[in-house]
Ligand binder design. Structure first.
Ligand code: GLU
Length: 435
């Protein structure tokens, strides 16, 4: 008889239930930022009362038959924060540190992100505590399909539309779509976004988040009256977002001098060839050791003397212990929640221009929206059409946010949250409370 293992191996299984693994501090940070925005905009206590908690939280324990015959149980979550402006929308993250508080915080950020870019969506997030790097492809498929089955009742094209996030990709989305479609009895591509292009995915979705992060930096450069040509750039986190941000910034004349991943970083003052670095990382599993570069730590990367810093790894990477060392003039946040409030204060005092996560990484969900619209209308748009629509949306959101910095005399992060809280608050007040 096979064994059932629950939470025995911390590299694989998560905490059971709501035991916090760091998500609590992240949640507290997001709530603080939102409370501040509610106060600045005078949105009112009723609005905060509704926004401080998610509308629905589902926790599931997912049994998976591993390749060696054992059964392991993984903890999974789907959190639906708010849907006043439209169906819930947000990615699914596979990471060993996923916990409920983290997923709640990320779901909240989705509500505000969708509102900043003015998408007709609310906010949600999902997560499974697992380490996909040590799972085989068939284990990952069984995990994904069982998780989809367990959240099936609360997702749907007009209810809640998942998408990729950290360590999930187009293949995982295809399994979600297929499982949902099998259960429904007909093909339902519009239940999930970030699918492969040949299965209803959108052209441009793969590069969308990084492209948006690069656009955020580009608009900041323009706003500050600088010229991109030869500005130096450091990328923390050379995954999908970090790579595409680097690619576009380099195309526009910027010089990428440093990059990192979970194994460490590299510094190459004469400039990094971004596609050669991607190839190298694919081959060796890390950026470390890239020919001609000096090995540095992630902390050292943050403190480099560069013009633009792109944090594109995980939350809370920039904190009170390293914020002081930052020399960049511009930060465009590719990751969700990379800057703690303490670090934010230090950076504000240093007059660093921060393009906040809800704006700088909104390219992903904006292109998800385009994918969903194409699916619902049974249309297919070209890559250039998608990227130009995306650019228009993000540049408009940047301008709207900038206008709020003037209106309330606040920095870009507060302005973006004020804009979002204004939009969500207006929807909430107009809809009222039923019954
Ligand atoms: N996971 C991405 C984010 O955090 C994309 C979400 C989506 O496309 O729904 O914004």
């Amino acid at each position: 008889m096979s064994r059932i293992v629950v939470g025995a191996d911390m590299s694989q299984s998560s905490s059971i239930g709501n035991e916090s693994k760091g998500g609590a501090a992240f949640l507290e940070m997001v709530l603080r930022q939102v409370k501040e925005a509610v106060e600045i905009t005078n949105a009112g206590d009723d609005v905060y009362e509704v926004l401080r908690v998610p509308k629905r939280t589902l926790t599931v324990s997912i049994p998976v038959r591993m390749d060696n015959g054992e059964v392991k149980v993984f903890m999974g979550y789907r959190v639906q924060h708010n849907n006043a402006r439209g169906p819930y929308k947000g990615g699914i993250r596979y990471h060993p540190n996923v916990d409920l508080d983290e997923v709640v915080a990320l779901a909240m950020l989705m509500t505000y992100k969708c509102a900043v870019v003015d998408l007709p969506y609310g906010g949600a997030k999902g997560g499974v505590a697992c380490n996909p790097k040590v799972l085989s492809k068939s284990e990952l498929e069984r995990l994904t399909r069982r998780y989809t089955y367990m959240i099936y009742d609360i997702i749907g094209p007009y209810v809640d539309i998942p998408a990729p996030d950290v360590y999930t990709d187009a293949q995982v989305m295809a399994w979600i779509m297929d499982t949902y479609s099998q259960l429904k009895g007909y093909l339902t591509p519009e239940v999930v976004t970030g699918k492969p292009v040949y299965l209803g995915g959108s052209e441009g979705r793969e590069e969308a988040t990084g492209f948006g992060t690069a656009l955020g930096a580009r608009e900041a450069v323009k706003h500050l009256g600088l010229n991109m040509s030869n500005l130096t750039i450091a990328i923390q986190g050379y995954g999908n977002v970090g790579y595409y941000a680097a690619k576009y910034l380099a195309e526009w004349g910027g010089k990428i001098v440093a990059a990192s991943d979970s194994k460490g970083g590299i510094y190459k003052p004469d400039g990094i060839n971004v596609s050669a670095l991607l190839e190298y990382k694919k081959k060796t599993g890390s950026v470390v050791g890239f020919p001609g570069s000096k090995t540095i730590t992630n902390e050292e990367l943050l403190g480099l003397n560069v013009d633009i810093l792109i944090p594109a790894a995980l939350e809370r990477a920039i904190n009170k212990d390293n914020a002081d060392s930052i020399k960049a003039k511009i930060i465009s946040e590719g990751a969700n929640g990379p800057t703690t409030p303490e670090a934010d204060k230090i950076l504000r005092e240093k007059e660093v221009f921060i393009v906040p996560d809800v704006l700088a990484n909104a390219g992903g969900v904006t292109t998800s929206y385009f994918e969903w619209v194409q699916n619902l209308k049974r249309e297919k748009w070209s890559r250039s059409e998608v990227l130009s629509k995306l650019e228009n949306k993000l540049v408009a959101a940047f301008k709207d946010t900038l206008a709020y910095t003037k209106r309330f005399e606040v920095d870009m992060r507060s302005a973006a949250l004020c804009l979002a809280v204004d939009r969500v608050g207006l929807a909430l007040k107009t809809l009222g409370v039923w019954p």
